[in-house]
Write a protein that binds this ligand. Sequence first.
Ligand code: UDP
Length: 412
Amino acid sequence: MEEYLEKYRSVVGEAVIHHLLQLARPLQGIKVVHVNSTREGGGVAEILRSLVPLKQALGLEVNWEVISGNPEFYECTKKIHNSLQGNRISISQSMLKNYEGINKENYERLKDVLENADFVFIHDPQPAPLLYHCTNRKGRWIWRCHIDASRPYRPVWRYLKNFVSFYDASIWSLSSFAQVLPHPMYLIPPSIDPLSEKNIDLDQAEIESAYERWNIDPHRPIISQISRFDRFKDPLGVIETYRMVKEFLPVQLILAGSGATDDPEGVEVLEEVRVAQRDDPDIHILLLPPDAHRSINALQRISDIILQKSIREGFGLTVTEAMWKEKPVLGGDTGGVRIQVFNHHTGFLVNTPEGAALRIRFLLRHRNRLKEMGKKAKEFVRDNFLITRDLREHLTLMLAISHGATDRIEIG
Ligand code: UDP
């Protein structure tokens, strides 16, 4: 399996691969389980799809398990998600009972693998109560929060805290997201896989086939936002931005997305987007299947500028993906976007449609700046947000936790 890792050598360099092999040596054969709530759609699934096989390639025994629930469960977890991101939402007792019950059912189904693991990584709030049922825990349990929980709605956070306090550690994407918990807390920003279908280099013919396929004019500028249809991603603000630019330049807008199976709000938001489109043929709303990774790759590559106009954003893998393709990103001035988009260098941070429109007009009129920003953006991702860095930090974390309070860990 080491050949699997070898492929990354040309992207990240010899030293990085060597370091990974060294860190993985003391972890050979340990059992690791990752649990989240969807295999397709959204950033968590995207990361696990690459992180799991890479850990396996390094000699760890890794399983990826997905919990499942009824519609009421997903409705509840979406509410928890939105309230952690700051919305004041009250969740009924019966809905919470259902949330806990579904977790109990999933625990029974996954009992063997969870009880025998050395490390269990539980992603986000959906499966957080699983630990409550594990009275016989052998391994270390780590809660990985991917959400911008910097200003959560307190009653909901207090409820969730009852479950996550009992974990051995937690991981957050940014320090400002972390809430006080009685265990070690680690910072690990997410990452993209440069060799996945989503990010790998495509040949020109494949990139250009996107024009015909989606009926897009190759001779006019293209701005895009590729995201789940979610209010926090502000797709309506993107349309407003596009309309302001359109008064001056003949731009086209691509809004591409698909539903995540654990996101029940998507249909409603998509409907709002369709209404706002008002039959404008230059607004392309593309509803993609969950495995449309190469299509998204091509859409990002044909775009001149990528928007991620989020109002809250845990990290924004779409930002990283666009930057890797040398595209300047206009990102909402929030959460994880801020550690990727360095204003005036790798893109622009924006707060309003007016601000975003102004920056788009500037970049489309100053192609040199656009190119230069795109190049900086790619190198910034290479240095900070590739999966190999994420992997290294996961290995380090497992080593640190297994050695308790030891000051010095010999890894040979
Ligand atoms: N994505 C996708 N299909 C879509 C829309 C998004 O595969 O139609 C991917 C996108 O390329 C990115 C991930 O889903 O890899 C979204 O992660 P992000 O962190 O941007 O946002 P989240 O959806 O987790 O809030």
